[in-house]
Design a protein around this ligand. Structure first.
Ligand code: FAD
Ligand code: NAG
Ligand code: NAG
Ligand code: NAG
Ligand code: NAG
Length: 581
């Protein structure tokens, strides 16, 4: 095949599973708030000071803690460092830098699901909002009703979040062309710029401001009462402690054990009283993992790891889902802007079309594909078994030497709503620093597969639309472009003879993550409607692990909203003197 850029692309989708270690990388401290402290400076035991201990200062944990601190003493225990002063987090065009840093101090921790898809979880104050592509968009009114939330408070809580972290993107030419294409192929009506989830095509919000600077959930700590909040960084919780364990009454969460960066153990006990609580906001992997490590899970599994059983609860870690993402790369004959997600097509078949363009990582020398970079594990050149460290290093070098034209272009992607398919999470070890094992079973349910196929069909039409025509080579049809993606190794998945000819097979073989994984502590199964862990007292879970489906087209707005919403709910419950169940 003599097409110059075809070769270019295949060479440049260079296979990298593990990027090299970064020896003397300088670690930033960034103690922006007076209430942020290093866990190693904490006492080894602390008694009865805090009414709330929030485990995980992530996307939900930060707004939750800020809200609770309005009235009460709150401790946040976050295993990662501060995001402040780290350019890999702050700058839009550094997207992917943190995700490709696989060192133990990286703000992202890589994991590979049993499905063979390479994925990442946050390990930094602000959580996933420090790593993500920034798209900010609310859940639909239908979702809010189904969740049983109070619509008025939901609206107020979104607004509280938006005042600090949400912006209108400057939509440039390439994103405009995608928007034009979506409208031309009938993803209608055009809803302009809005945070709302409405069928049709829209420009959504972003947590990047107009200078390309990221604003994260950690910024919501600006709302906190600094005299009532303490945030300990590099504090990895290994266990929640219970009283009444073994006796006939229900177990009551009363304290936690955490480790600092030097591996020293600390204990902290809640202030005694019926209203004090521990709230787990450790994310969709971290929350079910920590419940299990603390003795809440399937008895048989816990016993395998010598964990004392507090509550036999086999639903912990069940209902894990990740919305599959599939994409087509479209090389462009003309320069394109660097953009993450700005425009979305909300189709009436349950697939959401989004797009990202340009060469990320411009601040570091290697040329790269941003959201689809081989360095973060999405695309590759080498089949999994050939990805030795040497091959990987060579591939990085080669990628850095390619002509800029190889990176000119963008990805049009689709993710499906839901999804309906689910998997499960299990402990691998009893070390809280290790990843649990998790499966998502992408496309196990045929309805998920159908939505993907319909999404890919829409993308093909957008590529061939008039509105998009400036940004593609005319001798390359959409099916040829699809064939290119079908022929590139994606994740650790094998290819089939019909990967390029059957859209069903294409969906299965080129599935990536859009990092919207959720579940594991779902409402109605592990927690009740007030997010209290069923079967024990003084313990809630509030974060993405409680979702049954991913909200909106992208979840972060709703995760932050939920942190604020539940913070307000808890304050109100106390004012109303509501009984703790
Ligand atoms: C690369 C990427 C791109 C994405 N793009 C978008 C997007 O464009 N738009 C969008 O809406 N969503 C996006 N998302 C999804 C969104 O960011 C997540 O759904 C959301 O951040 C999850 O929030 P959470 O509070 O559930 O978990 P997290 O934000 O992950 O918070 C969990 C926190 O708990 C901490 N923790 C875990 N275990 C422990 C422990 N044992 N002790 C102490 N602390 C612990 C973690 O360090 C982390 O800070 C993206 C995500 C990623 C990773
Ligand atoms: C916290 O303290 C540990 C141990 O002293 C140190 O290694 C780490 O760099 C400190 N972190 C910050 C953010 O200062
Ligand atoms: C930023 O990312 C690069 C590439 O992944 C890494 O080498 C560097 O150490 C990171 N810098 C910080 C401050 O984390
Ligand atoms: C397609 O167009 C590009 C740029 O004009 C050219 O380099 C390439 O050879 C063409 N490919 C085919 C198959 O005609
Ligand atoms: C797809 O790519 C393969 C491998 O390069 C090639 O044999 C096949 O002809 C291509 N099909 C189309 C439709 O371009």
């Amino acid at each position: 095949m003599g097409i110059w850029w075809w070769r270019l692309i295949l060479v440049s989708l260079a296979g990298i599973l593990f990027s090299p270690k970064h020896g003397a990388s300088q670690r930033v401290t960034g103690m922006k708030y007076t209430f942020m402290k290093n866990a190693s400076s904490a006492p080894s035991v602390s008694y009865y000071e805090y009414e709330y201990i929030v485990i995980g200062g992530g996307t939900a944990g930060c707004p939750l803690a800020a809200t609770l601190s309005e009235k009460h003493k709150v401790l946040v225990l976050e295993r990662g460092p501060s995001p402040y002063g780290n350019p890999n987090i702050t700058n839009l065009d550094a997207f992917g830098a943190a995700l490709s840093d696989t060192s133990p101090n990286s703000p992202s921790q890589r994991f590979i699901s049993q499905d063979g898809v390479i994925n990442s979880r946050a390990r930094v104050l602000g959580g996933g909002s420090c790593l993500n592509a920034g798209f900010y968009t609310r859940a639909s009114p239908y979702y809010v009703r189904e969740a049983g939330w109070d619509g008025k408070l939901v609206k107020k809580s979104y607004e509280w979040v938006e005042r600090v972290v949400a912006f209108e993107p400057i939509v440039r030419q390439w994103q405009s062309a995608v928007r034009g294409g979506l409208l031309e192929v009938g993803v209608l009506p055009y809803n302009g710029f809005t945070f709302d989830h409405i069928r049709g095509t829209k420009v959504g919000g972003t947590i990047f401001d107009q200078h390309g600077h990221r604003h994260t959930a950690a910024d919501l700590l600006e709302y906190a009462n600094p005299t009532q909040l303490t945030v300990l960084l590099q504090a990895t919780v290994s266990k929640i402690l219970f009283t009444n364990k073994g006796s006939r009454s229900r177990p009551v969460a009363s304290g936690v054990i955490f480790m600092d960066a030097l591996g020293r153990e600390h204990r902290v006990y809640l202030k005694q009283g019926p209203k004090s609580e521990i709230i787990v906001s450790a994310g969709a992997l971290g929350s079910p993992q920590l419940l299990m490590l603390s003795g809440i899970g399937a008895e048989r599994e816990l016993r395998k790891h010598n964990i004392d059983v507090v509550l036999n609860q086999p639903l912990v870690g069940q209902g894990m889902s990740d919305n599959p993402m599939n994409a087509i790369f479209v090389p462009s004959p003309v320069p394109v802007e660097v953009s993450l997600i700005e425009v979305v097509g909300i189709t009436n078949v349950g697939s959401y079309i989004e797009a990202a363009s340009g060469q990320m990582f411009t601040s570091r020398s290697p040329r790269d594909y941003g959201m689809f970079s081989p360095k973060i594990g999405q695309f590759s050149k080498l089949p999994p078994k050939q990805r030795s460290p040497e091959a990987v290093a060579k591939a990085i070098e080669k990628m850095g030497m390619l002509e800029p034209a190889a990176f000119r272009g963008g990805f049009i992607l689709e993710k499906i709503m839901g999804p309906i398919s689910t998997g499960e999470l299990q402990l691998e070890t009893s070390d809280p620093n290790d990843n649990p094992s998790v499966s998502f079973n992408y496309f196990k349910d045929p309805r998920d597969l159908r939505r993907c196929v319909q999404g890919i069909r829409t993308i093909e039409k957008v590529i061939e639309s008039k509105a998009f025509s400036r940004f593609r080579y005319h001798n390359m049809s959409a099916s040829v472009l699809l064939n290119m993606t079908a022929n590139s190794p994606v994740n650790l998945l094998p290819k089939h003879s019909n990967t390029a000819t059957s859209l069903e097979q294409f969906c299965r073989d080129t599935v990536m993550t859009i990092w919207h994984y959720h579940g594991g502590c779902q409402v109605g199964r592990v927690v009740d409607a007030r997010y209290k862990v069923i079967g024990v007292d003084a313990l809630r879970v509030i974060d993405g692990s409680t979702f049954n489906c991913s909200p909106g087209t992208n979840p972060q707005a709703t995760v932050m909203m939920l942190g604020r919403y539940m913070g307000v709910k808890i304050l109100r419950e106390r004012l109303a003197g509501a009984e703790t169940e």
